[in-house]
Design a binder for this molecule. Structure first.
Ligand SMILES: NC(=O)c1ccc[n+]([C@@H]2O[C@H](COP(=O)([O-])OP(=O)(O)OC[C@H]3O[C@@H](n4cnc5c(N)ncnc54)[C@H](OP(=O)(O)O)[C@@H]3O)[C@@H](O)[C@H]2O)c1
Length: 297
C-alpha cells in the first residue's frame, strides 16, 4: 500500500474507554501516519492520552457531532463506540455521527457492535437483548446510508464478551460467577487488546472495507478458564459466591436476558479462521500473560 499522508485525521470516540483506548494504542503501534483525535467529554481526565505520539485530545460530546466536525475537519476516519443507556441512547450516539460523517466527507467509518451468533445471524438477527438490538439497528443504518451515494466505506466489528471483564476486583468476580451459571455451555471471549488490533487494521487494510467481522479469540466454559488461569498464572481465578451472579442477572434483567441468550444461542465466531487472518489473536492464556491486569510472577 502506498504511504498515507500524515494529515489524515481519525476521530476516536470512547477514547478514554476500553475499545477506543485499545484502537488508539494499536494505531500508534502500527506507525500508520494518522493524526488521532481522541474524543472525551472532559479533557482534564485524558492527560495520559495527550502525551501519546500523534494524539490530540478533543473535548466534545458525541451527542453533538456537528460541533466536533466544525472544529476538526477534515476528518478522514471515525471510530464509533456506543454506550448503552435508556431506550434509544446508543442510536443517539451513533446515527447523528454517521450522518455528520457522510456530510463532511469521511472516507471510512468503523462501528464497534456486538456478535450475534455467526456472520449470517448477526446480519439478520437483532436478538432479544436490548443493547444487541440497538447495535443491530445502528449497523443497518450505517450500511444503508454509507452505500447511498456517499463515498464513505465502513467496517463493522462484532466483538464477543471481553476477556477484560475478568478484571481483578469485584466486577471480575461477579462476571466469573455469571459465567459459571452457563455450566457446560462455553462462552466465546475476545481481548480488548485485539479489538484494538482489528480496529486499527480497519483503517489501514483496504480488505476491511465494507466488511462485517466477528471477533473472538477463545471459547471456554468457566471450569476450563479456571484451569487456564491456574496453569498460566499459578493461582486460582478470583471468584465469589454463585448467588452473586444469579442475583445480578435477576436484578438487572437485561444482563439476565443476555446470559440466557449465551446459553440458548451463543456467539458464533469462527476463531480458527480469524486466527489465520490475525496470528497475534490472543487466547485466554496469552491475554493473561500479555495484557491482563492480574499480577504475573
Ligand atoms: N464488556 C463486554 O463484554 C462487551 C462485549 C461486546 C460489546 N460490548 C459493548 O462495548 C461498549 C462499551 O465499550 P467500552 O467498554 O470500550 O466502553 P467504556 O470503557 O465504558 O468507555 C465508554 C467511553 O464512552 C465515552 N462516552 C460516553 N458517552 C459519551 C458522549 N456522550 N460523548 C463522548 N464520549 C462519550 C466515555 O468517554 P468520556 O467519559 O471520556 O467522555 C468513555 O471513553 C458497549 O456498547 C457494550 O455493549 C461490551
Amino acid at each position: 500500500m502506498p504511504p498515507l499522508p500524515t494529515s489524515r485525521k481519525i476521530l476516536v470516540t470512547g477514547a478514554t474507554g476500553k475499545q477506543g483506548g485499545a484502537v488508539i494504542e494499536a494505531l500508534i503501534a502500527s506507525k500508520a501516519p494518522f493524526q488521532i483525535l481522541a474524543l472525551t467529554r472532559n479533557a482534564s481526565k485524558a492527560q495520559s492520552l495527550a502525551s501519546k505520539p500523534n494524539v490530540t485530545v478533543v473535548e466534545g460530546d458525541i451527542l453533538n457531532p456537528t460541533a466536533i466536525f466544525e472544529a476538526n475537519k477534515p476528518i478522514y476516519g471515525v471510530l464509533s463506540v456506543t454506550v448503552p443507556g435508556k431506550e434509544g441512547a446508543e442510536e443517539a450516539q451513533a446515527k447523528p455521527l454517521i450522518d455528520e460523517s457522510i456530510k463532511n466527507g469521511v472516507e471510512h467509518f468503523v462501528f464497534t457492535s456486538v456478535e450475534r451468533g455467526g456472520n449470517e445471524n448477526s446480519e439478520k438477527n437483532p436478538t432479544n437483548v436490548a443493547h444487541f438490538a440497538s447495535k443491530h439497528r445502528i449497523e443497518e443504518y450505517l450500511k444503508e446510508n454509507s452505500g447511498n451515494g456517499s463515498k464513505m466505506s465502513y467496517t463493522i466489528l462484532r466483538p464477543v464478551a471481553f476477556m477484560d471483564n475478568l478484571s481483578p476486583g469485584f466486577y471480575g468476580k461477579a462476571f466469573a460467577s455469571m459465567w459459571g451459571g452457563l455450566g457446560d455451555t462455553p462462552l466465546q471471549l475476545i481481548s480488548v487488546h485485539d479489538i484494538g488490533l482489528f480496529g486499527a487494521r480497519a483503517f489501514t487494510d483496504p480488505s476491511f472495507k465494507n466488511r462485517e467481522i466477528g471477533l473472538a479469540g477463545d471459547e471456554l466454559t468457566l471450569s476450563q478458564a479456571q484451569k487456564v488461569f491456574k496453569d498460566t498464572l499459578g493461582q486460582d481465578l478470583p471468584e465469589t459466591y454463585g448467588f452473586v451472579g444469579s442475583g445480578i442477572k435477576y436484578m438487572v434483567s437485561e444482563v439476565g436476558t443476555m446470559f440466557k441468550w449465551f446459553k440458548d444461542v451463543g456467539y458464533g465466531v469462527d476463531i480458527q479462521a480469524l486466527r489465520k487472518e490475525e496470528p497475534r489473536l490472543q487466547n485466554l492464556s496469552t491475554w493473561l500473560k500479555e495484557s491482563s491486569k492480574f499480577p504475573k510472577e
